[in-house]
Design a protein around this ligand. Sequence first.
Ligand code: MTE
Length: 318
Amino acid sequence: MPRFKPDLRESEATPEGIYLRRREFLRLGAAGAIGAATSAFPIPALAGPDDPAGEVLPVARKADMAGGEKPTPWKSVTTYNNFYEFGTDKADPAQRAGGLRTRPWTLAVDGEVKRPLTLGIEEILKLSPLEERVYRFRCVEAWSMVVPWVGFPLAGLVKRAEPTSRARFVVFQTLLDPAQMPGQRSRILEWPYTEALRIDEAVNPLTLLAVGLYGRVLPAQNGAPLRVITPWKYGFKGAKSIVRMRFVEEQPRTTWAVMAPTEYGFYGNVNPAVDHPRWSQGKERRLGEFLRRDTLPFNGYGAEVAGLYAGLDPRKLY
Ligand code: MTE
């Protein structure tokens, strides 16, 4: 990420107050909902610009998988983004992605599969019960967050397509539409943004297809309507706004590994012991926090995923 400095400006550090106000809102909001149900005069919305917004998703179960850490405020998660299709500044996606048309939306599942699929977003939303998973999320740029994603394990969709015995990787492709995505009109990256996982990584129970966060439909800047989340990998592995999943035999070319092969490996596993050529990966800063904290191997999910990489040189796994 060429223009990046691995830190946050002070103005971007969201103080505790926003989180506390959110809790206050939730408390008042619950009371307001009860009031609205019993009163002839609906209570005006209490939501402020910092509060979760958008269509509420039906979530069947919730799991905290971030060791009880409090989630990063909605405002930070939705205004400090990497989505180069809408510009290279962290503030660009929130300002420019709002017009992205996410309905209708189609995902093609093809390549080395016995059952190629073409699914509309409404069908995808009905494939499996939606879960909220609170995950740590670590960007390669040494910032991190704790996010209550809403989605479902990718494994179900992979099984449905029945990969052939030749399939070893699955490639995820973002929408290519320069009319809607102004960043694609310049050649800052090879478009469409492409990422990939080995199939055993894709079917690991931690891997999600995310459709929301904080119980709401994903905001466009976070990759609406559909994106990949692999919490033990750097954030760049999770392609946003995907339209195609293609199963292949050979390890594919992926956007950042092609763009800067000395800086981004294919695996992108979070590894504090392997520095990026331009900065240390040993520490990170949670959005909204001032002090840095130690980065955990596999972002803290080693017990679940380290076994996938037995026998591989850890220096190749970044
Ligand atoms: N997907 C697309 N299509 N384009 C991008 O620029 N950036 C990646 C990843 N997915 C990116 C993308 C990077 S570098 C990160 S850190 C995460 O999205 C950021 O996700 P967030 O903005 O929801 O935090």
